[in-house]
Design a protein around this ligand. Structure first.
Ligand code: ADP
Ligand code: MG
Length: 492
């Protein structure tokens, strides 16, 4: 955090995040009701989720364990005792009138999230991460309401009520929308990597609230406005960029910023005030009398620590050190656990590490992106890609031919690398006698290029190699063709 902050119209941007991650437990945080997404409205909320009289909440161990995992991964303190409180407010999607949350003593305290911004290491400190229950959802006609709602009607779906959330709160350490996006991506990658959240942003499993203010460099912190519920990285960046300009416009007009909660409208690209921000005292927090303090024994923490997977940063470091990958490649190979596993499996099958990385970032990423899919959907298994890359390495096929084979493998037309190479006649010409004959022909037929090459033009040499490739129908090994050419054209 020592690098100078980028200024916008002479102002420094200050951003802090509150991220609600839905924990991937099968049942709710205080009840046995299911948490599955997309069920018929109001089929998954039980009496406990609605706090009907006579019910008592019971803490879900799985939710606590997930919080511990995140805390350990981020170098946080895990509180031996933390407290659940009632946050009192009324909203249609919270008919019980309060949300059970952690207030004074959260389960996870401190820690930090590290990532690269323009290739530079950055770190954002966490204040805390606390466990709480999600609220229900307001539905409006046509909005996933299973056709129940007619024109102009709204309804409440309480299925989400009681879904476990871990709210992760940062210090106001970020200084640009680009940094905010990298932070959010790093946190998202980590919660999915740790298996504590499914990361599905469209379904609301990972929702970011961005607190944004601006100030003159060196001045006191400005008043913040909080942009709620950003559920895509693109919206997140757009919303912050708009908000920053809006705040600067106001200050430049001599007006002041009022603390407020705002919503981002993706259709207009604008943020709009929703309500003036409540203060903590408005919520009348008090310890929930129905829940005892959450006690986490050190042995539990140690067991979870022992079960943590290798973390993305450590793995990327290993790929740099042991496989010789550049840092940017290593970062891409660890974009998800599934991606890293694909890379490692292909490398372990004998393919050169850098070739695997190049193909994953090139041919594979291109097709996955076009399909909007993750590596899990890659139809070519890692061992098969490895074999293809070995066939380039041992000189059987050229890069170009390999791309053709890959297309066949991807389409599912065939799955045997060597059979495809043979059937399509893609084997490189490794018979140097035949290749010499072709090179001689090309030299004879391209006197002009030969002249130019002799006059020192490298371009002419490449043109000649191109001609050899053409004459051999792409089967010549370009490196070998170049070698023979040089020999043949060598000045006496
Ligand atoms: P509250 O309890 O009202 O939600 P917090 O003090 O917990 O307020 O802060 C909430 C979030 O706002 C945190 O992520 C924090 O980093 C961020 N934040 C606090 N002050 C500012 C500020 N002046 N500008 C930008 N973000 C801020
Ligand atoms: Mg808050």
């Amino acid at each position: 955090m020592s690098t100078a902050s980028p200024l916008i119209r002479g102002y420094e941007v200050v951003i802090g995040f509150e991220t609600h991650t839905q924990l991937s437990t099968a049942s709710k945080i205080f009840s046995g009701a299911a948490t599955a997404f997309g069920a018929e409205p109001n089929t998954q909320a039980c009496a406990v989720d609605l706090a009907l009289p006579g019910t008592l909440p019971v803490m879900n161990r799985g939710a606590v364990e997930r919080a511990i995992r995140l805390g350990l991964a981020l170098g946080s303190r895990i509180a031996e005792q933390s407290i659940f409180a009632r946050k009192n407010y009324f909203y249609p999607d919270l008919p019980k009138g309060y949300q059970i949350s952690q207030y004074e003593i959260p389960v996870v305290q401190g820690g930090s999230v590290s990532f690269l911004l323009d290739g530079q290491p950055r770190s954002v400190r966490l204040v805390r991460a606390h466990l709480e229950e999600d609220a229900g959802k307001s539905l409006h006609e046509g909005m996933g309401s299973h056709g129940v709602l007619g024109h102009g009607q709204s309804g409440i779906d309480l299925n989400r009520a009681g879904t476990p959330l871990l709210e992760i709160v940062t210090e106001p350490d970020m200084r640009s929308s680009a940094e905010a996006v990298e932070y959010a991506k790093a946190l998202h990658r980590l919660v999915v990597w740790l298996g504590i959240c499914d990361g599905n942003m469209q379904e609301g499993s990972f929702r970011c609230d961005a607190n944004v203010s601006v100030r003159k460099p060196g001045g006191p912190l400005g008043t913040r406005r909080e942009i709620k519920n950003l559920n895509s990285f693109r919206f997140l960046q757009q919303a912050i960029d708009f908000e920053v300009q809006w705040q600067i416009d106001r200050l430049e007009d001599g007006l002041k910023i009022d603390q407020a909660t705002v919503l981002f409208d993706p259709d207009t690209g604008e943020t709009r005030a929703m309500r003036s921000k409540e203060d903590a005292q408005d919520y009348r927090y008090f310890p929930d009398p129905d829940l005892p303090p959450l006690v986490i024994a050190p042995e539990w923490v140690e067991r979870v620590r022992g079960e943590l997977p290798e973390l993305p940063a450590a793995m990327a470091g290993r790929f740099e050190r042991d496989d010789g990958l550049p840092a940017s490649d290593a970062a891409l190979m660890t974009q998800s656990l599934a991606f890293a596993q694909y890379y490692e499996t292909a490398r372990d099958a004998g393919a050169p590490a850098k070739a695997v990385a190049n193909w994953l970032m090139g041919e594979v990423a291109k097709r996955l992106n076009a399909a909007g899919a993750g590596i899990e959907a890659c139809p070519v298994p890692p061992a098969r890609l490895a074999l293809l890359l070995l066939r380039i390495q041992d000189g059987t096929i050229s890069n170009n031919a390999a791309r053709q084979v890959f297309e066949v493998l991807w389409s599912g037309e065939a799955d045997d690398v060597d059979a495809v190479i043979a059937a399509r006649g893609l084997k490189q010409m490794n018979d140097s006698g035949a290749l010499e004959a072709i090179v001689a022909q090309v030299v004879a037929a391209n006197a002009k290029s030969v002249e130019e090459f002799r006059a020192g033009k490298d371009k002419a040499f490449n043109a000649l190699v191109g001609q050899v490739m053409k004459a051999s129908q792409g089967k010549a090994n370009p490196a070998q063709a170049g070698e023979i050419l040089r020999k043949l054209l060598a000045l006496p």
